[in-house]
Design a protein around this ligand. Structure first.
Ligand code: AAO
Length: 511
């Protein structure tokens, strides 16, 4: 029994489900399209001091340069080689970022595009971020190298060679996703080549990977690649640590491929999470926040210890991927902050915060015709993330992770880490509250009338600063104060027209 316990403890601590964040840090942020030099600075000046656990970075490898439309964000999902060479920066800059972030306890997770290379229709030549030659028509990628033998052309059984039917698991795995040349991951040569790329990153100090388009790879093929991966670099991680793995599988139900097939390899993205939370907070389809009482597995989600959760991602914030119109983003800032606040307060899943850039969103017939627009740039060169005097970002970067409400809820999650979900209250409608043991408490008013009630917080008596309307600075609150009595009760009032109709207090916001 003792042995078994010890074993499962080790199994958990060192395995692929563990993000290996520094002690007490419990959320990561996707710095979508940021340059490595800016991420390095952000780790030191902002992420470490504010308790962020890590960063998901955009694909670092060489990709196709797309000029029509002009340098879309999605060109980075069309690999040309595994050279660390993209518009986010070169290998030296990448290495410097990994060093500097790890040195302040912030981990780097790489978006690994290993299911495919560029689209079949791309023109042969050297229009790639490092100038490597390629010829998609002949399946020739000499900078890797890959050739005709390394793709699934012979294996795919659909008429067009592309995925035509998501109810056919063979098509989904063996055929081309959006025309992208599908790698033959059943071949040891391809597995080894992909593993070499990932090991190169692991050796530099990367802590794990998002596996792009995992739905389109056989779980057994992914496992074969993962089995070839090195342990994490012992300069920052304990001996024997395995890379953190989260697989991008869109499973909203009703298709041949399900998330659970991938649990053996690592965590899986839970796309139901953002789609449902958006529906609830928008109050669509008769949904109410009161129904969130059994949020998590109770809503048909995957087990918490397998889930990677988020309110929006780089795809569904602009209508790509899946989730649909209910997805909340920075464009709906007031509701978005509530959703992210709820996610970070709730114990379910491992959480990822989105950090975006502005684009000229423009709907025509319900479609955003600018959904392709790449990051802020000068003639294709990504702009620096500048920081304004009020700590927000300039140059077109949204930086949701720097919004006070979101930054402070990341800290809340760290403070309540490991505490049980407790003291749930609701009014049967859209006013809800819950605590995390004796460490934190949060109250939402998403109804069209005022909330005014006394609630059991589970917290020790004292005066607490609400971390949504303000901060605790020099022992004082810049926002709302909450008085918790010796019985743990506190009175809350939240106007339905408040700038942010929610209040959060925690052990470290006590004055
Ligand atoms: C670009 C062009 C294409 C061109 C191609 C090749 O846009 O026109 O053919 O180049 O030249 C990104 C962009 C793509 C872009 C690609 C390469 O989003 O537009 O193509 O880079 O540059 C599927 C995958 C999922 C994928 C998602 C976008 O399963 O893995 O599509 N996400 C990742 C990345 C993403 C990236 C890639 C993969 C490729 O995050 O940024 O693409 O590396 C259903 C399926 C989903 C499927 C969606 C969309 O979803 O379930 O698996 O996602 O369809 O095809 C309801 C259903 C829901 C359904 C949804 C939409 O909500 O409940 O299940 O409707 O029908």
């Amino acid at each position: 029994m003792k042995f078994f316990l010890l074993f499962s403890l080790i199994g958990f601590c060192w395995a692929q489900y563990d993000p290996h964040t520094a002690y007490g840090r419990s959320a990561i942020v996707h710095l979508f399209e940021w340059r490595w030099v800016d991420i390095a600075k952000e780790c030191e000046r902002y992420l470490a001091p504010n308790g962020f656990g890590g960063v998901q970075v955009s694909p670092p490898n060489e990709n196709l340069v797309v000029n029509s439309p002009s340098r879309p964000w999605w060109e980075r999902y069309q690999p040309i080689s595994y050279k660390i060479c993209s518009r986010s920066g070169n290998e030296d800059e990448f290495r410097d970022m990994v060093n500097r972030c790890n040195n302040v306890g912030v981990r780097i997770y790489v978006d690994a595009v290993i299911n495919h290379m560029c689209g079949e229709g791309a023109q042969a030549g050297t229009s790639s971020t490092c100038g490597s030659y390629f010829n998609p028509h002949n399946r020739d990628f000499p900078a890797v190298p890959y050739s005709g033998w390394d793709f699934n052309d012979g294996k795919c059984k659909s008429g067009s060679g592309g995925i035509e039917n998501y109810n056919d698991a063979y098509q989904v795995r063996d055929c081309r996703l959006s025309g992208l040349l599908d790698l033959a991951l059943e071949k040891d040569y391809v597995r080894t080549t992909v593993a070499n790329y990932m090991n190169h990153l692991i050796d530099m100090g990367v802590a794990g990977f998002r596996l792009d388009a995992s739905k389109h790879m056989w779980p057994g093929d992914i496992k074969a690649v993962l089995d070839k991966l090195h342990n994490l670099n012992t300069q920052w991680f304990s001996q024997g640590s395995r890379p953190f793995i989260y697989q991008e599988v869109i499973d909203l139900g009703g298709e041949a491929v399900t998330s659970s097939e991938y649990f053996g390899n690592g965590r899986v993205t839970e796309f139901k999470y953002g789609a449902k939370l958006g529906t609830v907070i928008r109050k669509w389809n008769g949904e109410k926040m009161a129904y969130l009482k059994n949020w998590g597995e109770g809503w048909g989600f995957m087990p918490s210890d397998r889930a990677l959760v988020f309110v929006d991602n780089h795809d569904n914030q602009r209508g790509h991927g899946a989730g649909g119109a209910s997805i909340l983003t920075f464009w709906d800032a007031r509701l978005y902050k509530m959703a992210v606040g709820f996610m970070l307060a709730h114990p379910y899943g491992f959480t990822r915060v989105m950090s975006s850039y502005h684009w000229p969103r423009y709907f025509q017939n319900g479609q955003d015709i600018n959904d392709w627009v790449g990051p802020p740039n000068d003639n294709g060169v990504t702009k620096e993330v500048t920081i304004n005097p009020d700590t927000t970002c300039g140059n077109g970067w949204v930086c949701e992770h720097r919004w006070r409400q979101i930054r402070n809820m990341v800290a809340f999650r760290n403070v309540v880490n490991g505490q049980p979900f407790s003291n749930w209250w609701d009014n049967g409608s859209n006013q809800v509250a819950f605590g995390r043991g004796n460490r934190g408490f949060i109250v939402f008013n998403n109804d069209d009338w005022e909330l005014s009630t006394t609630l059991q917080t589970g917290l020790p008596a004292g005066t607490y600063c609400d971390v949504i309307s303000g901060d605790k600075i020099d022992g004082n609150c810049t926002g709302i104060k909450v008085y918790v009595g010796s019985d743990g009760n506190a009175h809350f009032s939240i106007s339905n027209s408040a700038e942010d109709p929610f209040i959060a207090i925690h052990a470290e916001s006590k004055i």
